[in-house]
Ligand binder design. Sequence first.
Ligand code: ADP
Ligand code: MG
Length: 569
Amino acid sequence: EEQKQTHQFKTEVQQLLNLIINSLYSNKDIFLRELISNASDAIDKLRFKSQTEPEILGSDTEFRIKLTADPENKTLEVSDNGIGMTYDEVMENIGTIAKSGTAAFMQALEQAKNQETLTPELIGQFGVGFYSSFIVAQKVTLITKAAGSDKAVRWESSGDGNFTIEETEKESRGTTIILKLKEKEEGDKDFTQEWTIRSIVKQHSDFVNYPIVMDVEKDEPVPENEQIKDKDGKPVGDTTRKVVKQETLNSMKAIWAKNKSEISDEEYKEFYKHISHDWNDPLTHIHMKLEGVTEYSALLYIPSKAPFDMFFPDRKHGIQLYCRRIFIMDDCKELMPEYLRFIKGLVDASDLNLNVSREILQQDRLVRNIKKNLVKKVLEMLKAMESEEYEKFYNEFGQVLKEGINSDWENKDKIADLIQYKTTKSNDKYVRLKDYVSNMKPEQEEIYYITGDNLSMLINSPHLEALKDKDYEVLLMTDPVDEWVVQSLTEYEGKKLKSAEKGDLNLDKTEDKKDEKFNALFGFIKSKLDSKIKEVKPSSHLKNSLACLSGDSNDMSAYMEKLLKASGG
Ligand code: ADP
Ligand code: MG
C-alpha cells in the first residue's frame, strides 16, 4: 500500500462514466451539487458517529464544506471535514457502483440505450454522484483522511479507464476533491468564477445542512487610524482596500420547519430535488406539522417517475429522519411501510434521542405512531387527488401500492378504494372497485376478475363467455401482485371477489342440476387425459367454445402457477 498503484475501473464503471460524460454535457452544473452532497453525507456520518465516540472529533468541531477556486490554474476544490475514507474504503467506494445492484443497474441502462430513451431525467434517477466530476474535469484528485486515522490516501484519475492510488500526507481529517477543469467550450460557464459558484450553490445546494464556505475578496473601508492623511487631515490614496473573507453561500434553511404560507412552489420543488437527487419535479407533496403530545413535522413527496430500483431487493426507502433539524439517518424504513417505499421526504421529530439506533426505532412507540399517521395522511392524499394526477401516480406506483392490500391489514379497505383495473367493458381505462360495484347488474352478486400477464389474451379468454353473455363486467388483472391482492381482498363493499376462471360460476342456480346424459362422454375424456386433469364436468363459463381448462375454486390460478414456475417455486 506504500507505493503508487494503477488500477483499472470496473468495466461497468467506465461504461457509466462515458455515459455520464456524453449525455450530461447540457447539465454540467450538477457535478457541484453531487460533490457537495457527498461532503454533507460525510459530515452527517461523522456527526452521527461522534454521538457515541465524542473523541473522534478532536479539535476540529466546526463542520463545513469549503470551495476553493483557482482561475489561473483552472482548478476547483471541494473540501470537507467529514468522516473521510481509509485506503480500503476508497478502493471500495470510488471505482465501483456500490449503491445499487450493479448488474441490474447496467441492465436498466442497456434497456434505455436500446430504446434511445436515455434522457437526463433517466440518468438523474441513478444518482450519478462522484463520477459526475468528469463532466467538467479532465483530471480528478481525491485526497482523504479517515477520522481517527493517521494515514491519508490520494486517488487520481482522468476518467479514461485507469486510476492511481497511493498513501499520502494530509493535515486534517476529511476529504478534498480537486478538479482540474476541462478547457471551456463556447457557451460554457467558468466554474472558477465566484458568481458562477454562488449561483449554482444557491440553486442546487441551498438547503444543505452545513455551511458551504468560500474565500471571497471584498472591499473594506480602511480604518481611520490606518489612513494616511495630508496636513489638512484629508485622506491620501484609497479609503477602501481589498480583503479576503470567508463567506457562507447557502442559507441552510430547514424549509419543513417553516409555515406552508412562507414556502413557494419553487422552493418545495428544489428541496425535493435536494433530498431525492431526482432531477424531475415531484408529482405532489404533503407538508404537515403536528403539535401536541407527539410533536413532529413531515414533508413528504410523491415523485413523478418510479425509480429504476423500485423492485430490487436492496432498494432504499426515501425517508430521512431528523430531530430538531439535526439529521439522524436516511433510508428510515421504520417510518414508512414497504408498499409506500416510493415516498421521499423527511420527518423531524422533537422528542427523539439523537443517539437513537435502528433497533430502538423499531420498538419506539412514538415512531410507530408517526408511521401510522403518515400512512393515513398519504392514503388520504391519494384519495383526494384529481383523476388526471391520480392516473399519473397509478401508472408509476400502482403496482407497489397494491402490495399494501396484502401487508397492511389495518388499511386494507382504504387501499382497496385506491386500486383500479382495466375491465372487459372499460375500453382500456381504469375502473375503481367502487365504480365497478355501482355498475353491477341488479342480479349480479359477485365481483368477477381474471388474472394473467396479457391483457388481450384475458379479454378473449373463453372463461369469460358466459359472463359476457350476461353483460357482467370482469376485472382484468395483469400484475403479478394481483395474485396476492385477490388472496387478501376476498370481498369489497360486501361483494365477494370471484375468479372468472376457477370453479363454478353459479350464474343461474337452475342450470346447476347435473345432466346425466354426458356422464359417459366425460368419463371417456377423463380416462384419456387421466393424470393431467382432476375432473371433467359441464362448464358454467362457456357460451361458444366447446371446452376449456379450469381450476377448482381453491386451486391456484393459471397465472399464479406460471409465476411460481418462473421464480423456480
Ligand atoms: P452516493 O453518494 O450515492 O453513495 P457517490 O458516487 O456520490 O454515490 O459516492 C460514492 C461513495 O463514495 C459514497 O457512498 C461514499 O462512501 C464515498 N464518498 C464520496 N465522497 C465522499 C466524501 N467527500 N467523504 C467521504 N466519502 C465519500
Ligand atoms: Mg453522492
